[in-house]
Design a binder for this molecule. Sequence first.
Ligand code: CTP
Length: 414
Amino acid sequence: MRIVLGVGGGIAAYKAALLLRLFTEEGHEVTVVPTDAALRFVGAPTWEALSGRPVQTDVWSNITDVPHVRLGQEADLVVVAPTTADLLAKAAHGLAGDLLTNVLLTARCPVVLAPAMHTEMWEHAATRANVATLRERGVTVVEPASGRLTGADTGPGRLPEPEAIHAAALEALGGSPSADPARGPDLAGRTVLISTGGTREPLDPVRYLGNRSSGKQGLALAEAAAARGARVTLVAANLALPVPDGITVVPVQTALDLQAEMTARAASHDVVVMVAAVADFRPADYAESKIKKTHDPADPDAAPTIRLVRNPDVLAGLVAARGSSAAPLLVGFAAETGDATGSVLELGRQKLARKGCDLLVVNEVGTDKTFGADDTSVHVLTRDSEAVVEIGPASKLEVSHGIWDVVVGVSAAR
Ligand code: CTP
């Protein structure tokens, strides 16, 4: 898909760089059109390096290409982030003094404006009228977020997070975050259930046993599936990241909560993916009040012993509950380091056989290689074939698309 990313002159211009990455990682061709003022905040080399395409702001360069008409005409989507009060006014009144405003006048595709400005400017009658005019004409004007602005002041006017603008753009394209034209809506009509995050097993009212899973990989899988048309439910164990609109979130805390939610929902979904880092053990006893140190001078090092009991294996339980029916397709994840008994792939094969799921996505973890990181690489093993699909290194979103490519292929062959 061809996207024009307009960037207005505001401090939030740096956030547009993250939005740009979200679009390019999905394989879209993005031309960045900053205003002159935007280039005072983030320079052309940044936009050119991230988009892999030249950047221009005026209508006088590359004249033979007629960029002031062609860019807008050929775009499948125009997003402007941040949109300043000045840009909103120009767009509402059809002014065309630079390349970006020319693009806005010639575009026939969905246009999404993400405003960012001080609260007084956003609430000014002139801006309210401009926003109303633009919305009447079918332009999507995203509501700004509330929070800390450039100075010490706070209030509505902050640029929403890049993920939220991305979701609004997908919605403007398809009416719902359903169509990713780069891949095609090949999961349209499918229902997908994903667990993500890391469970926490409480010890007393203030302490728990947890793990370092950030939940990013499961969230990226959810976003990728939604972008390809799936209806997605995310069972999120202690997830601290924002989830785009259009994805149903079921928050959980412990392994037992997660098991209950996944077990109740699995049978009504086409694909179930267990990405969550589920604690294998939980404290055998929960102390109703905070566990205190003893202050016995005769035994200053006294410490309690915590007895653990096994948690259920949620994925193995889903495999057992499915029995001999074909659905849902069950996908497991495994973080492996390799050890004396086998390589990462050998241990992955053994785990696939032991769990009995259809696909196992294996990622190799070392020191701090995967937890919380943005880039990753995985090996995908399937039950019915010896072949290994290698994906990455790439962003978790791009890796997720690779995993869905395998799932789509395996489902078609069943
Ligand atoms: N899993 C699960 N329930 C558990 C533990 C893990 O459903 N109690 C799921 C994970 O969500 C993942 C897969 O099983 O999809 C593999 O997780 P992993 O921790 O690698 O597996 P374990 O069975 O715990 O393997 P081991 O401790 O032998 O490495």
